[in-house]
Design a protein around this ligand. Sequence first.
Ligand code: BG6
Length: 464
Amino acid sequence: MKTFPQTFLWGGATAANQIEGAYLEEGKGLSTSDVQPHGVFGEVVERVEGDSALKDVAIDFYHRYPEDIALFAEMGFNCLRVSIAWTRIYPNGDDAQPNEAGLAFYDKLFDEMAKYNITPLVTLSHYEMPWALVKNYGGWGNRQVIGFFERYARTVFERYKGKVKLWLTFNEINMSLHAPMTGVGLPTGSSKGEVYQAIHHQLVASALAVKACHEIVLEGKIGNMLLGGLVYPLSCKPEDVFKTLQENRSWMFFGDVQCRGAYPGYMLRELRDSGITLAITDADREALRSTVDFISFSYYMTGCVTADEALNQKARGNILNMVPNPHLASSEWGWQIDPLGLRTLLNVLWDRYQKPLFIVENGLGAKDSVDADGSIHDDYRISYLNDHLVQAREAIEDGVELMGFTSWGPIDLVSASKAEISKRYGFIYVDRHDDGTGTLARSKKKSFGWYKEVIATNGASLKA
Ligand code: BG6
């Protein structure tokens, strides 16, 4: 019977702006997420008095976290991924002092997790930054933002160093190429040069956070976080194969810098060929040498790449401009389901970096229906997660060092791409709907008991 390593971290993953709500409570400032009510690809809508968005309340985790953490503990979680909202700590990003109420909230949250021996895995920035830094400084396009981020990171490392040992820098750092406002606080339509300059600043900030974590958090470990956007060639034509290499490099570039400490040659060429000269200082080059301890990533789907422009259509609901794979089925949102791709990706990343890996997001967004007696039979979710976990276990057999698995959205939350709640990921149902109605009551889906058993048996109950 194949099981996972004894030290394996099992749990779920969340993000502050998708669960907390309380978007202006106790001194919190507006974040980029607060001004993107239609999701991470949506346009910016400046807040005016009286308007509201689903994320303003989200699932009200800010007030209900004790109940939710008790449910996670009941499932047997020994790990929970959360993010800190930068704007709870520094509401405007450039404030002289941190906001004590915001710091105190996360103290309470980590203490609650400690009661159940749940290890926190904390993302410093999950798809949001202080809106004031965008308005007043131009987001990550401005080098000064590096210093504001480093100060924020040092503040939270100092405050929580006794409670949090596992950290992540920027969620899906490679997403800036597709959603510049969400990733680096730049408007849609920014030039390639502007986006890469902002990305450069963020990569430096990420490396400075790594250095700070190593200085401040005794026995701490800090990883990066990539959107695992693995693509396959649509055919065996050499042109398709080469384009696939380039496409995979476009996101692995971030991992290359964060794991190897310098820009890879292929990216220097890409920038040169595009006529882009980045402002990179000697101090930046030195900073980048602080590399991550482990690599974390999200995995939902794969896609294909073709050099044939006529075939290069966009898949429905597909965020990465990938051509659909004719051999794969899709979720209701058009995300192509590929469990074996997870094993491939784990092996690719392990072969490339030889650093421990952590799957910090994976799951199925689906519409759930509630039976008259309140039960929810989400067998589709069970089957998706089962099949991916089986492949993760295979990768471990292949020799990959895998630290853990936190499924995305262990409790229903507001989706990032569309800011809707009807796209549900949870083992725990939340009675809330896209129009904002609902009691916010929590209930267990069928997958709740299934995941509990997987964790209790350390994966032995999975069906290969
Ligand atoms: C990842 C993000 O891209 O995918 C999460 O890190 C997000 O924030 C998740 O929620 C699933 O995407 P969506 O759009 O279904 O919420």
